[in-house]
Design a protein around this ligand. Structure first.
Ligand SMILES: O=C([C@H](O)CO)[C@H](O)[C@H](O)COP(=O)(O)O
Length: 187
């Protein structure tokens, strides 16, 4: 049995290996989709959903009109809006239905996933592949992990989102202090 410290070191090595394989052109298309959108809606199920909520908060801090699908105060999705889905499998049923509806409404879909060749991947106009194991089981290469299920994907999703936020801060000359001024003050 390893110690928690050696496990965390192995997790960090896995994350570094996985995120090192991100495609710059996929990321550029993803960022362009955000910048060009009317409003941005984010969605994900389970642990993937937790990571997407964190990303939505930072988009709001960046002054992007961002919403989390399913909240009681979420406005309707309309033409010109962007739905960003974080889904390792790209096959989670509720998210497939959401992606189909967003497309029907005249908006577009961006997907962050381990599985670009999935139902949501085929609907999406921007797909960022994260080379991590799908939640059902092992795969090879940079996707190799000692962690259970979709953990490597879900951690990568959080770090990917934070890296995109840094890129947007650079591109749009937004300082952390400006973002903090938009943070909730009734906590
Ligand atoms: O919560 C999850 C599970 O713990 C897998 O590690 C998944 O994020 C959830 O089941 C959603 O799955 P995907 O849409 O395939 O990311």
């Amino acid at each position: 049995m390893q110690t928690v410290r050696t496990y965390t070191a192995e997790i960090l090595a896995e994350l570094s290996r996985t995120l090192d394989t991100l495609s710059e052109s996929e990321v550029a298309d993803f960022i362009q989709a955000i910048i060009g959108a009317g409003r941005v809606f984010v969605a994900g199920a389970g642990r993937s959903g937790f990571m997407m909520k964190g990303f939505a908060m930072r988009l709001m801090h960046l002054n992007i009109d961002a919403h989390v699908v399913g909240e009681s105060v979420t406005p309707p999705f309309t033409s010109g809006d962007l739905l960003i889905i974080g889904s390792g499998s790209g096959e989670t049923r509720s998210l497939v239905a959401m992606a189909e509806k967003a497309t029907k409404l005249g908006g577009s879909v961006a997907l962050i996933t381990t599985t670009p060749d999935s139902t949501i991947g085929r609907l999406a106009k921007a797909v960022v592949q994260i080379h991590a194991q799908p939640k059902q089981g092992p795969s090879g290469g940079a996707a190799m992990t000692m962690q259970p299920m979709g953990s490597l994907f879900e951690q990568s999703l959080l770090l990917f989102g934070d890296a995109v936020v840094l890129r947007l801060m650079d591109q749009q000359h937004i300082a952390a202090a400006e973002m903090f001024a938009r943070h909730a003050n009734l906590e």
